[in-house]
Design a protein around this ligand. Sequence first.
Ligand code: MTE
Length: 318
Amino acid sequence: METSFWKSVPIRSSEITPKSLYLRRREFLKLGALGTAAALLAACGNAEDAAPVTPSRQPLQSGQDEYGDPVTSYEAITNYNNYYEFSTDKEAVARLAEDFQTRPWTIEVSGLVAKPRVFDIDDLLKKFPQEERIYRLRCVEGWSMVIPWLGFPLAKLLKEVEPLGSARYVSFLSVSRPEEMLGIRSSFYPWPYREGLRLDEALHDLTILASGLYGEMLPNQNGAPLRLVVPWKYGFKSAKAIVKIELTEQQPETFWNLIAPDEYGFYSNVNPQKPHPRWSQATERRIGESGRRPTLMFNGYAEEVAHLYEGMDLNKYY
Ligand code: MTE
């Protein structure tokens, strides 16, 4: 594992969302008939004001998550990225991904399905209306962000191809273009990047395919044109720039599990009680805040997803 992956980064003033910028983006959302009038009324809090105490659920307001935490700044979300196909340096990814071509683009959905299909990205985005979902992203490295995604439930796409009764898992393959993605030239990694979910996890309403953030098209560095988002799992489960989705009977291989099986299991649910072999997962640093806050079981989505793992030993299935 390269050390730059674990490097900590000082908090910069650019990590704090300027309110005017966020409201402008909300305006864009409204114009696109994607937002609500209420969205424009909400102010965006200053991330540095947040106290490092265990958060509790609050009435949902625009511009913040269900724990009342403000969205992370656009600048931080789009300039602090893990995307190994481009670089292991988080702050270099945005620049290196600038010229990456995301059109034309197709996504094959195949395997154990009655109606395998290849979708053109623009047809797909027209077919499934994009909605805003404000989710926490907790990286296995110990930092987190609150991201206002635009996307649609993966379940809608899977229903379209009619999974067969024998399908138990879903695998996701990221694009591999060494001529555009310099990081792929490193033979240390088992390219292409790939991830997997159990079928019931994939069909859960929280699981989305994201095509945008902050009401705009997804920037290349965040996984354009379409990436997976599974908010109760560590961020590495959310594969970027997906070109193939396959339904399988066997549990699929995953990129990080192939590299270090003792450190990264198939499930990778956010679990503060299960330390990574080399560090604790009990706390996290919210980008834009100083200090650390407690990490919540299933990243704060236990109410929605804990039932998926009833009866499972989460120390064994990490
Ligand atoms: N997808 C691909 N194809 N390649 C990657 O290196 N990194 C993962 C995940 N998806 C990665 C990927 C990791 S480690 C994280 S934490 C998230 O993307 C980061 O997403 P973000 O840059 O949008 O915050």
